[in-house]
Design a protein. Structure first.
Lengths: 244, 244
């Protein structure tokens, strides 16, 4: 049987989604607990990695099991074993040709900022700080410029080593609420650090440290230096993964 | 010179606002840093205590100093010395007859819930969980019943030892947003654990574990047992203190 699970996690205490040597990953913990419950070696396949410190509201992952356990009992049983910063929120049966990574059509990420000269002790763990003033309208123009199919080479970490850096961003939404800004990005795939680099580029635009021309140049030349700074992981949330 | 400061803090790592033996308080840290900066023994007077783990968006406190330092330099200078979970957000000059506690006319508290069968790793540090279903309308009726001048003896911790338990609640607002509930309470003063007990009583109402008749009885008899359970500190925020 192949199952797809929906997972929420607080990334603060983890090295990220994916298994790594000498570091605690969310995948590893889930595999351990599922293997213990189902009494067989379970390998899970996520919809993709999230960096160290990044949170997920709805990460998706699939696994196969021969266990005859009733499906709806799995989340509750595993949740009682999991640390409180990881929870399985849902489970559904899938066909053998479904794959959490390869069947994913789109992903939605959310990035949270607060705009304040003084850092905010209550929000510091889950938001990035932006020093005012910030031009919100130019940030929206930058978002519109990045929307569509582009080579996002300038918007990914050099460490990624990936060849094809063309991706489609279907939607970039920026919303202002009191002293907070929410950036939501929906795309067909994201490069290493791409959302955190876009978050940084849009803030640099809003602060006048980058111009719309710089963003255009970054897209055209693929020059990482034209796209500003990578923003912190703690303000980034994998909000959803969309399948057909 | 008497100064009033506005402080934001994340209560997670502290024993509360007020100085205590063998425990780290926010007041103590602020007094240490202000004393160091102003080169004299500074004693600060808060608008009131907050319990261990309770947060403040806008706590208020005053202190006297003979230092000739320019007022507007104090927040920045102290903030660079403070741990990142405490920040001075503002400062203003006050007359000698002003007192952060005795001059306070009203206080506003915010309590945050999320309604979900499964606990939420991302919100767990800052919200209280409520298991669905919950009757939001009866919670609002309970809030209306508690509004006004009442003897809140049933809504304070027995440990308080205070004599006069009559207080006026000017406003109780309950707002539902997606799967979250926000409870805002404005009153002329609050007893020990009062907001956390009201939060618990309203949830017990919504869950059918208490009736409106129980709330009425709790107000009339002062019987703590009629008012449900004290809800956790981590979901409580001192939002503002109002002076004339």
């Amino acid at each position: 049987m192949r199952y797809l699970i929906t997972i929420e996690y607080n990334g603060k205490n983890y090295s990220g989604w994916q298994n790594q040597k000498n570091a605690l990953s969310i995948q590893q913990i889930l595999e351990e607990k599922l293997s213990f419950l189902l009494k067989e070696d379970i390998k899970i396949y996520g919809s993709g990695r999230t960096d160290s410190g990044v949170h997920a509201v709805n990460q998706k992952a699939h696994f196969d099991t021969n266990s005859g356990i009733q499906m709806h009992k799995i989340p509750l049983a595993v949740n009682t074993m999991l640390p409180k910063d990881i929870r399985i929120k849902g489970i559904e049966k899938k066909d053998k040709d479904f794959h959490a990574l390869y069947s994913a059509k789109r992903k939605i990420y959310l990035y949270k900022f607060y705009v304040s000269r003084i850092s905010s002790p209550i929000r510091d763990d889950y938001y990035a700080q932006v020093i005012p003033p910030i031009d919100f309208e130019i940030m929206k123009k930058g978002g519109a410029m990045l929307t569509g199919e582009h080579d996002f080479k300038a918007f990914c970490s050099a460490r990624s080593g990936i060849k094809n850096t063309v991706r489609t961003i279907h939607r970039i939404e920026l919303e202002q609420k009191n002293d907070e800004i929410f950036l939501e990005i929906e795309g067909n795939g994201f490069l290493y650090n791409m959302v955190r680099i876009i978050a940084g580029a849009l803030v640099f635009l809003g602060k006048g440290k980058l111009s719309l021309e710089d963003i255009k140049q970054a897209l055209e030349t693929g020059d990482r230096k034209k796209a500003g700074k990578t923003f912190p992981a703690r303000a980034l949330y994998l909000k959803d993964v969309i399948y057909d």
